[in-house]
Write a protein that binds this ligand. Structure first.
Ligand code: ZN
Length: 418
């Protein structure tokens, strides 16, 4: 399975160069490319062996006016820049809204040639911006650079609750418009759905409409893998399977271990940031805030704060990771765990190394083996972890979260569980 890293923070650039054997490509958010075009384009160009796609980020136009304006009631510069790149009418439309109002699908649809300019942005931005003198300044740092096109053009997409709603219709018509242009690279559809939209008939309609493209990207709103229930996981599984059966390549935008397990349903790739965005809500404003410093516990298939992890590995040292990074720094000794806190870069390298092992490993095992592993971990550690003192209690209240989610995943993937 492939792993594509979501480009978010410029401080990750060096790491992405040094650990380039661990991942397959990038997802570049359009607003970052638009606002920091020289540095971002130079970065993409500096890794010619890595493929990329540009996430058009069109869902942000569904968010309330207030999320786009600063305290002086000015459109935030990064949003303004993206609007200008896509169609300056978007600026007028956003400015014309009341504070809590949102654009309607009809207003977005009325922006002239919107879908076409979004496709053009994805094809032209990197080649054009990486040829400027501003980019040359960044490019000088890199040994190898080469111009390349994205692996797919992603069609503009909008969140929908139901295949009957206007945003769904606009997403499908945008896909058709982009497909009709006969571009130099293939077009991929993006299905951005609330889980409620994934009914049996909803999935049928979505797959009919989107299997006209050779690849689809799926994003289920706020699909927090430790919180979602069995029915939600099964709906996502059905959607992935249905596309796979049609011969469509399927990728997940934002994904955690449920995404890794979706290999058994035909998923081809997942994407996420280095320590963040293994799920994402459409209502969160892009940008803002750094990545949290947290540790991915391989057996738990999830992140924990460093202080929680320390309490856990003191009690159960066998949970310490043996990837090359952890071997070198922790050396199997729980009292060395906090050395990672002094070097947060290592948290990132550890996560990438473990995720790579998970993605390679899942291709070599059977589903039954994975389910057994999840259930064994749940049975062995769930109660134990929830009884440990919670060092974050002053912030999050109460005891540490148990591992019930592992049991939920196992049931959701088990063909023998109703
Ligand atoms: Zn490790």
């Amino acid at each position: 399975m492939e792993m594509h890293l979501r480009f978010g923070m410029h401080r990750d650039i060096q790491l992405m160069h040094e650990e380039k054997d661990l991942y397959d490509g990038f997802v570049i958010p359009a607003h970052i490319l638009s606002y920091q075009e020289a540095s971002t384009s130079a970065f993409v160009t500096s890794l010619p062996d890595k493929s990329y796609v540009i996430d058009p980020m069109t869902f942000i136009f569904q968010n309330p006016r207030g999320t786009h304006f600063n305290d002086d009631d000015e459109l935030r510069p990064s949003v303004r820049k993206l609007c200008v790149d896509y169609g300056k009418e978007l600026v007028d439309s956003l400015e014309g809204l009341g504070t809590d109002d949102t654009l309607s699908a009809a207003q977005v649809a009325s922006v002239p040639n919107l879908a076409k300019s979004i496709a053009k942005f994805q094809l032209d931005k990197v080649p054009a911006a990486s040829a400027t003198s501003a980019a040359a300044k960044y490019l000088k740092r890199y040994a190898k650079t080469e111009y390349k096109l994205p692996r797919y053009v992603l069609s503009p997409y909008y969140f929908f609750h139901d295949v009957g709603d206007e945003w769904y219709k606009l997403s499908v018509s945008s896909l058709k418009t982009v497909q009709s242009q006969k571009l130099k690279v293939p077009v991929a559809g993006v299905v951005a759905a609330h889980v409620a939209a994934l009914t049996t008939s909803g999935i049928k309609t979505i797959v009919e409409d989107y299997s006209t493209s050779e690849c689809v990207f799926i994003w289920i709103d706020d699909f927090n893998q430790t919180q979602v229930g069995r029915p939600a996981i099964r709906r996502l599984r059905k959607l992935i399977k249905a596309f796979d059966e049609k011969g469509v390549r399927v990728e997940l935008l934002y994904g955690g271990y449920i995404g890794v397990m979706s290999h058994f349903d035909g998923l081809d790739a997942i994407s996420h940031g280095i320590l963040y965005t293994t799920h994402k809500s459409m209502y969160l404003t892009p940008g803002g805030g750094g990545a949290p410093e947290r540790y991915y516990i391989p057996a738990f298939k999830e992140f924990r704060s460093l202080s929680q992890t320390e309490v856990i590995v003191q009690k159960q040292p066998e949970l310490l990771c043996d990837c090359r990074v952890c071997k070198e720094i922790i050396r199997g000794k729980p009292n060395r765990f906090m050395r990672l806190a002094a070097d947060p870069e290592m948290l990132r390298r550890h996560f990438l190394a473990v995720r790579r092992m998970e993605l390679d490993g899942i291709e070599k095992v059977k589903l039954e083996g994975v389910l057994k592993e999840l259930r064994t971990t749940y049975e062995k550690y769930d109660e134990l972890v929830s009884l440990l003192p919670n060092p974050d209690a002053y912030m999050t209240e109460g005891s540490m979260q148990g591992l019930g989610y592992l049991d939920t995943w196992a049931d959701a993937f088990d063909p023998d569980v109703e």
